[in-house]
Design a protein around this ligand. Sequence first.
Ligand code: HSE
Length: 379
Amino acid sequence: MKLALIGFGTVGRGAYDILKDRKEVLEKTVGPVEIAYVVASDRSRNTLELEIDEPVVTAKEYDEVLAEVDCIAEATGAMDMAYDYMRRALEKGVGVVTANKACVSAHYEELVALSEKTGAPFLFEAAVGGGIPVLTPLRALCLQNDILDVKGILNGTCNYLLNAMFKDGADYKNTLALCQELGYAEQDPTDDVEGYDTRRKLHLLIEMAFGHVDGDAIPTRGIAQINQSVVAYLKANDKKVKLVASAKPVDGGIEAVVEPVLLDGANSLAILPDAINQVNVKGSWVGDLAFTGPGAGKEPTGNAVVADIVAAATKSAMPLMKRGDVKLMPIRGRYFVAKELEGDFVDRVDEGFTYTKSVARDELLKQLDNDTFFARIED
Ligand code: HSE
């Protein structure tokens, strides 16, 4: 197989290192996987040429690249440009492997349809859960099961940040900067802490497990409002906060939401350390499954990219199920709010923090400004 590696940032380098290291094993087992080109920006081309042996080209030469390769591995982290790379590849019948959750979430239907039309593989395991093999088994699970529930922690940065705050009382800003240094956070970490990155990943899980929704319409709240006094109060009450994504079928559609959730200290999502992610999937035949592993970082995400490259080389990926539109239904829940509130929906107030009865999430939000931290209470 001839491959073009597009983008040489954290994930691209991870995939490159693994492909080089495993070259002989791959060759013996699935045939040669040759990095025929690395496609880089005009700015980084010259420095990259000094660093690696493979031919380095830029977007201008992309048509020639596509004429020669069987598959592209897109790891630019870009949006419009990445879409252009992927669309043009699939149109020409060239396989696409990508880690780009933002771009796949934004163009899911079109890219999947193109892949079906031309028969070129379109694989995006690295886009959800970093190094965790979850989309690959989910493709198969969906064929055999109705999916009854999907829930998990899908952002390594937020998991790391919340763990550090709850364990060591760490400072929010400094820890977020550390997540950037560790290669966990997005170029714009707002995407992590406001929950948009998690929402994009949940959107992909929903498209695969339930059907088509507008990803941007999934109700989403991140962790940016948390502070040390909230953390101190919750710790004293043996509670932890995690940013949880969930989706499940209900009458009329699906309930899907990304928001902070208050968990008992021993809950399996509460105890996930560092940047570990977990996706819990309930299937009608298989029952409860949990997929756990490193949710971000160079090597784990590079590993997921290489797994898809191998699947493309061996043409072994399961097809995606064809599904129609599904409706996002309103969310109800009991909530913890870091503010004293009054009203029928209030269950109790403790030390200036409010615990609500079961309430419509939309109604609760009308009572809150954007600076107030809240979290759903999980029983
Ligand atoms: N910024 C993402 C995270 C990278 O922290 O999970 C992996 O998708």
